[in-house]
Design a binder for this molecule. Sequence first.
Ligand code: DGJ
Length: 672
Amino acid sequence: MKRWTLRGASTAYVVGVPEHGQWASLVAWGPQAVADGPSLTEPVGTEHFLPRADVEPLEYAVRGVRYTSPTELVVSGPDGSDECRPVFVGAVQDEDRLELTFADALRSVRVVLHYRMPADLDVVERWVAVHNDGLDELTLHEHDSAGFVIPTSHGAVIRSLWGEWNSEFQQESITLRRGRFTVDSRQGITGHSYSPFLSAADAAAPDGTTYGVQLAWSGDWRLSADVDTTGQTRIQAGRAPSSFGLSLRPGASWVSPVAVGGCSTAGPDGLARVFHAYQRSFARELPRRVLYNSWFATEFDIRAEHQLELAQRAASVGAELFVVDDGWFTGRVDDKSGLGDWEVDPAAFPAGLDAFIADLGELGLDFGLWVEPEAISPSSELAAEHPEWVLRTPGREPVQIRNQWLLDLSRDDVAEWIWSSLDRLLTAYDITYLKWDANRARLDAGDRRRDLDGLAVGNLYTILDRLREQHPRVFVEGCAGGGARVDLGMAARVDTLWPSDNTAPLDRLKIQRGFLTGYSPHLMSSWVTDAEGTHDGRERSLDFRFHVAMAGGLGIGADLSRWTDEQLAVARRHVLQYREIREVIAHGTVHWLDGGVQYVGADRSVVFLWNTGDGNVRGTLPTRPRRVPLVGLDPHQNYRVGEEVLPGSYLLEVGVSPGDAGSHCLVVDPVG
Ligand code: DGJ
């Protein structure tokens, strides 16, 4: 067997092609050592009543090579067959990349498996390119980016994230001893329902070595986990198949989105750090400012004078940026109108937006703006001018959600119009922050024979890439009616993501806990508001609310005009502390503790502890101080924690002992 080894920071991924060349298989994936001996995944013994390919750990299973076990690619042609038997043609390995090419002469199709494993990370990026080298049109019916073989022996504990609006990123786990578990989105957007992320650990050691797969796609997608009869797991990830399939014309090529596999010996928390490090590799060095956003305070009632009043208070507590949310443009008095007509409403800004931005500047605040570029209100001028731009199924009325339609972003003229509308705004005004919202699923299908999903997501990515390139100082926040567009595709193109519209303290803590299992804290936008809990309505102090929001990108969304001087003073204290520690939050490694989390930075740590109210909170029963052992410290170094100086060895063994307060933000600094 020919073998190729890709090496990451502490893990390796080894692929082989047997002499017969009929497939590529996974030789090993895991901590570096697994690359140095016999394969972990090679089946021994005889297969019964099955072709051999059905039990081999195939890297990319094609129908026609494999029949009964999961396949990633099904290609049909005009001969009425949906089988394909590509054989190995050659490999190219170059630094951290590997390309394996397979070709089927009868079907005239070439399949190239692409790999990239950056040397400083523990992820392997995988994608596939399918080329039609023949004279007939082909159709791809199943078209995953990759199949990841996960070397479990006893089945797997599969972890996933599910949710709905206002309660995204809820954690779920199931023990899959045999069979299949699938999560997906058919919403044309990543969706609130599931995150494109599955992880798997051997069912006999659920907190041991953990593998995870995420997909970089923000449209229709599908991830499945299968456990075979030997207890081995396979995770497939790719764009969701559609009724008509994807058509591949003679000479054309199709390239899948990237699926990313990660591995950590430190269980699910370690896997989260692996993905955080990967996502940080896209992060730009732009100032991460504490923002104030007007949405929860004023909703659509935008009036410059009132916004300025909020801005004065925001500036007084240390905010650095003021974002005007929905409601700033003509006709936008509620959610029934205005989308598409991106002109500043003179009623909201009588002296003009420039004057408002200048007033913010006087207060020391930068300016940011909300947009929902893919949407269109039925009553808008744009809808009257360009009815052909509205996405609809032929002969049917467009589906309305939140009183809005969608533009057909698969059209290049629509994409160009969206780009020029944004470009115009960003050029005309001093805007350094853009909140890009998307408040509905894409359900209208257009003509199903077109690859609407591929074209629309492709155009979305092109616009976001262009924004980065042509307006590099504009920090972009991705939002989708809360957290319906959080995925690797967006993580690579925006600077922060809005996880949920639920900002109530206890609900939010749970959402953030789930978010951080797959997505990095530098992407986690988080605001302090006055919101009451949807699920857990117990009240928590303002300190607690701040400590929840400070664990991500801190913002404030409360109605500050109603806050007392005392509340404003609390806010000021926290904002100032956050500005001191935000680098550690954005770049530190995340470690969950008993009742809290520790961000370990290059030389200091930040620890948040939250009393979620399940213990003896009133102190009416005898109790002993809670001890929370820390991680990531030097045992031979002394550290200052608040007023105390303690040895690293003590903090690692025994830990910190916070007082009775409902929450804490402790900064752990080395001394001496
Ligand atoms: C949904 C977002 O999640 C909110 O933060 C807000 O921007 C509204 N849309 C505005 O319509």
